[in-house]
Design a protein around this ligand. Structure first.
Ligand code: ADP
Ligand code: ZN
Ligand code: ZN
Length: 818
């Protein structure tokens, strides 16, 4: 600790001089609020600097989040500790802080929470401070310490040594280093420590759930199950606090397995791809590109192009000139695992070195590396998911949001509940670059901004598919009629015939079912009880586990799993029946009825491992006369030119969701699924099975007129006071104790009503749609207000004061589901 003493003495000398203070977000798990530190007068400090500060008896990394000219009143200046060192200056670009602050204000969360969403996890905590000599520097070495350290630094010019290591080399090392730093002969930088080299890492995997565990053991197993049955050991231990002894015991019992696993460093898989040249654009593509190229700074454009109209080609050609000008481009996509094709096309066009992937599927180390690359590297294209909207790209030329209607751009359930489209719009305005939104099925709210005389968004259209391919005709099959005709199969006669034809012609098809698993619920034929999740107010889905060869019931909200019971838990009747079809059941039915078709299942159960999506799609693509059975994932922009038939097994589950956006969402999903047919040389057909053939959504699907649907839907929303006609804000209280949750929700609602705010409508409190998830009860209050009124009057801290211990309040501005 002698090194610290030296610094302290230094700080004391400056205490009498004029000072500033800085609020620093220290990177310690669990520390939310920033701490105030003194800055000595010789130290230049700015927002966004990475600093080292004393915290307890340690020095930790931190980020300067505010610089104050005066010491806060409630603090005694004499007792404030000083910042030790600036490790990296102006870590962020000029507008970055404005963006973070705007996000914090709009979504009613502290700046620190936005920072945590924006920065890669453990950015500062994992970082190590290192020193390296600058090439060619020839300092005059005054102190003994400098004389000792300088030759050492010459041995490793590339990465230097950790600050800590150097301090062990000489008692006065800190002064020696300061001397070298001041002389400009060495540089100080932060770098990711150990995990940067660790390619193998221990992972813990759930083998089976066993009876007879202790409460603690069972809780740990349940948590592992919740994280998908697999986790990195270290992360898992940090999250659960489980000791290694306890986990070893579970290993002995055969409940879990612990083994080293490969951890990929690069986000981009090393596949060899052929380089690819820009295509000659269709007139519509060329017109859209021209508009994008002359867009004003901060302008938003919507590229509405039907499925297969060549939006991606427009993106690629819009991006190229920016790279030539040494500017970067940010491309946001809903889920990267689902868009291997998009990534591949970018790689073919721009090469691997100019591409950077940033998404939550990367390990922390990979994310950190991507961050550094972006901060320090030259111009590149960053493809990323929601949180990449905060990617630290200098010199941004263009932001693209592909599939802009996709709900995964909205963060839900955890603060900040931000929408990447909204944040991207602010970012484009702050940085003066255009924002390009693309979709075959734009969100109603986005489309609405292109309408009218005061439209804020420039509307670009690609009304036709490339190469004069036509959109597939939609055939709607009335399942009630099928039943009347005595067909009890899940496939109508028409769909069966289509699959037979497909098999004979050696073509490919897709079957869409919106639920995974085998059956959507299991209920008792004697008493009617549906078997529910003990932790959530939903019924359990029936799954067949092929590895364990066992029938399981699983909760799709908390992942609770149990064996299929033999008898009804309520009346003990043995007559249990599975209802509703999921992807597993459809797969099994196809195999039974069409043994010559090869079937692949494409859902979150079959694509769980890294690169899993790509693998299934590759297998499918290389197999003639095959069928891909999948869920929602199928809607995410995959391009399979051999597919001629798309079947929607049951549209009804989609149509009847209890949500004002149900129509919009189901039409978007169906158009996207239908859009997978006929993308190659052969024409496609789409068969939609339903019990409600007259539903307006299906009518609009059939007439291929999405814009007409949107304008009708807009009138509906206006009539009922929903967005974009009104703005919404959702307050959700949740907790284990139902009474406490209800009390908090009621107190908050009463308080808001007492304020009698003009033109603000308060609905509730009411239980959430699913009133309990993972044992937490959920009650909600919905606020509505006119679009020109903001939520600045809301005082989150005041509202939180109504929540007893154990009840948490989540504020969701512009919620998209509730
Ligand atoms: P979207 O993203 O709008 O659904 P894609 O960009 O995937 O459409 O394009 C569909 C197919 O058409 C792709 O295989 C793409 O390579 C091809 N394509 C796009 N633009 C052109 C063009 N101008 N000429 C020829 N083929 C094109
Ligand atoms: Zn029963
Ligand atoms: Zn559950």
């Amino acid at each position: 600790m002698s090194s610290l003493e030296g610094w302290r003495a230094g700080d004391m000398m400056h205490l009498a001089l004029p000072q500033v203070w800085a609020e620093v977000l220290v990177d310690c798990p669990g520390v939310e609020a920033p701490y105030t530190y003194a800055v000595n007068s010789q130290m230049a400090i700015a927002l966004g600097d990475v600093v080292l500060v004393p915290f307890g008896d340690r020095l930790v990394g931190g980020l300067v989040v505010r610089v104050l000219a005066e010491c806060p009143d409630d603090l005694d200046p004499a007792r404030i500790r000083s910042i030790h060192e600036v490790v990296a200056q102006s870590f962020f670009q000029a507008h970055y802080w404005d963006l973070l602050e705007r996000t914090a204000n709009y979504y009613h969360v502290p700046l620190t929470q936005v920072l945590r969403a924006a920065l890669p996890p453990g950015l500062l905590r994992r970082s190590q401070r290192r020193i390296r000599a600058l090439r060619g520097a020839q300092p005059i070495l005054r102190s003994q310490a400098a004389q000792r350290i300088w030759p050492l630094l010459q041995k490793n010019l590339e990465t230097g040594y950790s600050w800590r290591y150097l301090c062990q080399q000489h008692p006065q090392a800190p002064q020696g280093l300061r001397e070298l730093l001041q002389a400009g002969c060495v540089e100080s930088y932060i770098c990711l420590g150990k995990s940067a080299q660790a390619k193998q890492q221990l992972a813990i995997t759930l083998v089976q759930r066993l009876p007879g565990l202790t409460q603690r053991q069972a809780a740990i197993v349940a948590q592992l199950q919740q994280s998908g049955g697999e986790a990195w050991l270290q992360t898992f231990q940090q999250q659960t606090g489980a000791s290694r002894g306890l986990l070893d015991r579970l290993t002995e019992l055969g409940c879990v397995a612990i083994a080293p696993k490969e951890r990929l460093r690069s986000g981009i898989q090393t596949t060899d791809v052929e380089a690819d040249q820009p295509r000659v654009l269709t007139p519509a593509q060329a017109a859209a590109l021209a508009q994008i190229q002359k867009a004003d700074a901060g302008e938003t454009l919507l590229l509405h192009g039907v499925t297969g109209s060549g939006k991606t080609e427009v993106y690629l050609q819009a991006i190229a000139p920016f790279l030539d000008q040494q500017r970067s481009v940010l491309v946001l996509v809903p889920e990267i695992g689902l868009t291997p094709q998009l990534t591949e096309r970018f790689q073919q066009r721009f090469g691997r070195d100019r591409l950077c992937l940033y998404h939550s599927g990367l390990s922390d180390g990979e994310r950190y590396d991507a961050w550094r690359q972006m901060l320090l590297g030259g111009a590149r294209v960053v493809i990323g998911t929601r949180s990449a909207v905060f990617a630290p790209l200098p010199n941004l030329g263009l932001i693209i949001l592909d599939e802009e209607h996709d709900s995964s751009f909205k963060q839900e359930q955890t603060a900040p509940c931000y929408h990447a489209r909204q944040v991207a719009q602010w970012r484009s305005q702050l940085e003066g670059c255009p924002l390009l939104l693309g979709s075959a099925t734009p969100a109603l709210e986005t489309w609405a901004t292109t309408q009218g005389t005061e439209s804020q968004t420039h509307y670009l259209q690609l009304p036709d598919r490339v190469e004069a391919r036509s959109l597939p005709p939609i055939e709607i099959v009335d399942l009630r009629q099928e039943l009347a005709n005595g067909n009890r199969s899940i496939f109508s006669t028409k769909l069966q015939q289509a699959l037979i034809d497909l098999q004979q012609r050696g073509e490919q098809g897709i079957l869409f079912i919106h639920r995974r698993g085998h059956s959507t619920f299991v209920s008792c034929r004697a008493c009617g009880t549906a078997i529910g999740c003990p932790h959530c107010d939903v019924s359990l889905s029936y799954h067949l586990d092929q590895i364990l060869d066992q029938s399981l019931l699983r909760c799709h909200y908390c992942n609770y799993t149990q064996a299929q019971p033999q008898r009804c838990p309520v009346c003990d009747s043995p007559y249990l029946k599975n209802f509703g079809s999921g992807s597993q059941r459809v797969e099994a039915e196809v195999k039974r009825l069409f043994p010559e078709l090869t079937v692949f299942r494409y859902d979150s159960d079959t694509t769980r491992q890294k690169g899993g999506h790509q693998k299934v799609l590759d297998q499918f693509r290389s197999q003639p006369a095959s069928l891909l059975v999948g869920t929602q994932m199928l809607t995410k922009g995959i391009d399979l030119p051999q597919v001629t038939v798309v079947g929607v097994v049951a549209a009804d589950g989609l149509l009847h969701m209890p949500d004002f956006r149900a129509s919009e969402r189901s039409l978007q999903t169906l158009i996207q699924v239908a859009g997978r047919a006929g993308r190659g040389d052969r024409p496609g057909r789409v068969i939609v099975q339903t019990y409600s053939p007259d539903h307006p959504v299906l009518q609009h699907l059939a007439d291929h007129n999405y814009s007409q649907f949107l304008s009708e839907e807009l009138q509906e929303r206006q009539a009922h006071g929903y967005p974009p006609a009104q703005r919404l804000l959702l307050l959700s209280c949740s907790g284990l104790d139902e009474d406490a949750v209800i009390q908090a929700a009621e107190a908050i609602a009463d308080h808001l009503r007492e304020q009698a705010l003009e033109s603000v409508e308060i609905l509730g409190p009411a239980p959430a749609n699913i009133a309990r998830i993972a044992r937490r009860h959920r009650w909600q209050i919905l606020l509505k207000s006119p679009p020109d009124r903001d939520w600045n009057w809301l005082k989150p801290d005041q509202l939180r004061s109504f929540c007893r211990k154990g009840v948490s309040l989540l504020i969701d501005v512009d919620p998209i589901s509730f």
